[in-house]
Design a protein around this ligand. Structure first.
Ligand SMILES: [Zn+2]
Length: 494
């Protein structure tokens, strides 16, 4: 276990954690949002972030401070906490973003780490190389090698109590991301940003973003606090948390406000297009869209930024509550309906169901089947893995309901789409207590048929019959030939 990070609860790949930040003397509960503070622009003052929004941690850019004579001297003299007037934890970025935007910067990892320590940063960042998506393997490998050298420099540096982050790069190559994660986790550095995902999100490539995070997580392991660097839109937080991200930073709240854009968990709206404000924060209850549009530009920007932050923090709280209640994936399913590319992201998440299954609690409140994607959830994967270990009698009837004639069988088991067969003794246990729609969909039937096949394949000597109710022939095709089939519809009329 990493000393600075403790897990307190889990659901799918999501978790509630405690990040101890010794230099700030605070413990930050994760998932957490780090509002980005541009030291040159005061959209919302840091003290207000703490008092009104409950921000426990923020992030600012040490490279910008370092490059500005006035800010640099103030930070050196007063320290970052007094300069920003914020008593929570302060993370600092290093200039890597500027490096990716402008091609070069004028500090080394040694210099910027020493500067971050000097000005009182609580979590510092070395100068890693943010490799864009889709570059050649050669370039991604070469960049990664440089990033890894920088992490080793950071590991060797005298950083005192300050935590230091170890960015994970590797472009869109899952293999390199996994290798980078393993290397980063092998250092004694503390927080693990998955870097260079902003271009993916700008292009709505949420599926590729999930694949990148999944790969990084395989290398990092379960105990590493993971920061999705540059991801600030609340629409995708639930998805990213479900894949195992713990920290998010938002510049979006301020940047969007400057452009008259209004954040919602279902996407971004232009203020000019809104006839109603679908939010109950103070800004939205005290103003109409016309009121906001009539404000002077600076005031409008500040009101919109406040709304954007309210929505963003509220989503973080909603996600934490969902993890506690065990219904994070139900929340992800709702968010996935906001945009087709979010649905791609959710489907990509389910490609990693076996990986998520390892951290998913064995028992939770209740499984709600709310989309055909639910048939691929980690709980279904786990039940089907368990099927291979259950002991099966010589002759077994599997039935979708109680009306099947059960004479002559050693045992009768129920078949519940999407899980498949299970013995009576498990009927009261999670996830078989699932709430499923009466109008079963094809994905659930297919998953149940897969479950039957797994049970039969694991017990080739058992004689198994399946009583179904009008399952399509193409679904029944996956059931092994040795299984005797009985369609209950044909017996209903007798
Ligand atoms: Zn609002």
């Amino acid at each position: 276990m990493r000393e600075c990070f403790e897990l307190r609860g889990a659901d799918a790949g999501g978790r509630i954690g405690e990040l101890t930040v010794p230099r700030a003397g605070v413990t930050v509960e994760t998932p957490a949002l780090l509002p980005v503070i541009n030291p040159n622009l005061d959209t919302i003052r840091p003290r207000r972030l703490a008092d009104e929004f409950g921000a426990e941690i923020l992030i600012t850019n040490s490279y910008i401070i370092h490059g500005d004579d006035v800010l640099r001297e103030r930070a050196r003299t007063d320290g970052l906490h007094d300069m920003l007037d914020f008593s929570g934890a302060i993370m600092t970025d290093s200039g890597s973003f500027q490096l990716s935007e402008y091609g070069e910067i004028d500090v080394t990892t040694e210099e910027i780490l020493a500067f971050q320590r000097e000005i009182g940063s609580d979590i510092a960042t070395p100068v890693d190389i943010p490799t864009p998506p889709d570059v050649s393997r050669e370039r991604a490998e070469a960049d990664l090698e440089t990033t890894q050298e920088r992490l080793e420099i950071a590991e060797a540096a005298d950083t005192g109590e300050m935590l230091v982050s170890a960015p994970v790069q590797g472009s869109t190559d899952p293999d390199l991301r996994e290798r980078a994660g393993r290397h980063a986790a092998g250092t004694d550095l503390d927080v693990f940003p998955v870097g260079a995902v902003v271009p993916l999100m700008n292009d709505y490539r949420y599926d590729d973003m999930i694949d990148v995070v999944a790969a990084a997580k395989r290398g990092l392991g379960a105990d590493a606090p993971v920061h999705l660097f540059g991801a600030g839109h609340p629409m995708m937080f639930a998805l990213a948390v479900a894949m195992g991200c713990d920290l998010f930073d938002s510049a979006a709240y301020a940047i969007y406000a400057r452009d008259d854009r209004y954040l919602t968990v279902r996407g971004t709206r232009a203020l000019g297009d809104l006839e109603y404000l679908p939010c109950s924060c103070a800004v939205c209850t005290e103003h109409s869209p016309d009121d906001l549009r009539a404000l002077p530009a600076d005031d409008r920007e500040s009101e919109l930024a406040a709304h954007n932050l309210h929505v963003t923090f509220a989503e973080i709280r909603r996600i934490k509550q969902a993890i506690r209640a065990g219904d994070l994936l139900e929340l992800v399913e709702q968010r996935a309906r906001a945009h087709p590319t979010m649905l791609d992201g959710y489907r990509a998440l389910l490609d990693h169901a076996a990986q998520l299954e390892r951290s998913d609690p064995v028992s939770k409140g209740s499984f709600f089947y709310t989309s055909h994607e639910s048939a691929r959830r980690p709980e279904v994967v786990r039940h089907q893995q368990r099927l291979e270990r259950l002991s099966v009698p010589d002759s077994l009837l599997l039935t979708v309901d109680r009306s099947a004639p059960d004479d002559g069988f050693d045992e009768v088991w129920r078949v519940q789409p999407p899980f498949g067969p299970f013995p009576r003794a498990l009927s009261k246990s999670y996830p078989l207590t699932a709430e499923v729609p009466a109008r079963t969909d094809r994905a659930a039937l297919e998953a149940a048929a897969d479950g039957v096949a797994r049970l039969v394949d694991a017990n080739p000597n058992a004689s198994v019959s399946l009583a179904h109710r009008g399952w399509p022939a193409s679904v029944l095709e996956t059931v092994p030939e040795s299984v005797e089939l009985l369609d209950l519809r044909s017996t209903d009329d007798r």
